[in-house]
Design a protein. Structure first.
Length: 72
C-alpha cells in the first residue's frame, strides 16, 4: 500500500481538517466517533482519522442518528 501513496496524499486527518473540507461540523464528527461510525486512531491526546477510514465513512454515509433505522 505504501508503494502507491504519492507525496501529496495525506495518510491521516484531524477532526478540524475534515470539518473544514466538508459540510460536517466538528460536533457531528465527534458524535459519529462516539457512535463508532467513524473510526479514529489516538496518539496521546491527538485524534486522527486515517485516509482509508475517512473514505469508507464518506462512501458508506451515515444515518445521522436517525432513530427510524435503529436496530436494522
Amino acid at each position: 500500500m505504501l508503494n502507491t501513496i504519492t507525496e501529496k496524499t495525506k495518510m491521516a486527518f484531524t477532526i478540524e481538517e475534515i470539518a473544514e473540507q466538508t459540510t460536517l461540523s466538528k460536533a457531528f464528527l465527534r458524535l459519529e466517533i462516539k457512535r463508532g461510525k467513524l473510526k479514529v486512531k489516538r496518539f496521546g491526546r491527538r485524534v486522527v482519522v486515517l485516509y482509508e477510514d475517512l473514505r469508507n465513512y464518506i462512501d458508506n454515509g451515515s444515518d445521522g442518528g436517525n432513530l427510524d433505522n435503529a436496530g436494522n
